[in-house]
Design a protein around this ligand. Structure first.
Ligand code: 16G
Length: 242
């Protein structure tokens, strides 16, 4: 269990000492990514500190981006996703690997006529239908991204059967993409997006478009991901030619 001994000789206030110790425990992996951290009440009672001290310590860690406070369900380790740009992976795989529990909160799962840009990306002709999946992507209780995926009807004839992972579903029904082309841009959240991602209006958001292809070159997925810029960090390793 978490141990904390205040140092009466220390110059820093008690809440700072506690924040420091908690941050250390998080970094050392004392808490599982998919479990709630102790609440302020539990912290103050178990450590015999005032509620104010516990709250100020948590406030400090929230400010530092180490903890996310979820109203009603407690405090969580902030999901930080250093995602390599050189490997084609799924949200679910990336999050699992880091000990978080990935999930999807569905907004839409149905069919629509392919829009012109969707036809172009997916190599469809006018009048063909696409499956449209719109969802929030969560790490534990924390919303990390909002995604809109569009797939040819032939690739995803039963969109309502997709559970949490699209790639897992595709892998079991004809194949997940093995190659993808991805664009990353920055946008500012409008009010709808801000509401979905639980960020202030105008906040910088990473807007990522991925077109995924099968081995034979058939486009299977066009996904627009709107990722919280405080949780995502895309990493590429580069080498100089020659
Ligand atoms: C990632 C991909 C997205 C893909 C999804 C599949 C980025 C920015 N986006 O979120 O294009 O559709 O993974 O994940 O990496 P799933 O199998 O968990 O549904």
């Amino acid at each position: 269990p978490f141990q904390f001994k205040p140092d009466p000789a220390a110059a820093s206030p008690l809440y700072m000492q506690l924040a420091h110790k908690l941050a250390q425990a998080i970094r050392e992996g004392q808490y599982q990514a998919d479990e709630a951290l102790p609440s302020e009440r539990v912290l103050s009672e178990s450590l015999d500190l005032s509620r104010v001290t516990a709250r100020k310590a948590i406030d400090r860690l929230v400010e530092q981006g180490l903890i996310v406070r979820k109203r009603g369900s407690g405090n969580y380790i902030a999901p930080k996703l250093e995602q390599p740009l050189s490997r084609l992976t799924s949200f679910s795989e990336e999050l699992h690997q880091r000990g978080f529990k990935p999930s999807s909160r569905w907004l839409t799962r149905g069919f629509a006529m392919a829009a012109p840009d969707e036809q172009l990306s997916l190599g469809l002709t006018t009048g063909q239908r696409v499956a449209r999946l719109e969802r929030l992507r969560l790490a534990d209780a924390v919303v990390m991204a909002y995604e809109l995926s569009v797939l040819p009807e032939a690739v995803l004839p039963e969109p309502q059967k997709v559970e949490s992972s699209l790639y897992e579903h595709l892998a079991q029904h004809g194949g997940a993409p093995v190659r993808a082309l991805q664009h990353i841009r920055a946008i500012n959240a409008d009010s709808r997006l801000a509401g979905l991602l639980e960020v202030p209006v105008g906040q910088a958001v990473l807007f990522i478009t991925r077109v995924g292809y099968l081995d034979q070159g058939q486009a299977v997925e066009l996904t627009h991901s709107y990722c919280r810029s405080d949780y995502y960090d895309f990493v590429a390793e580069m080498r100089r030619d020659g």
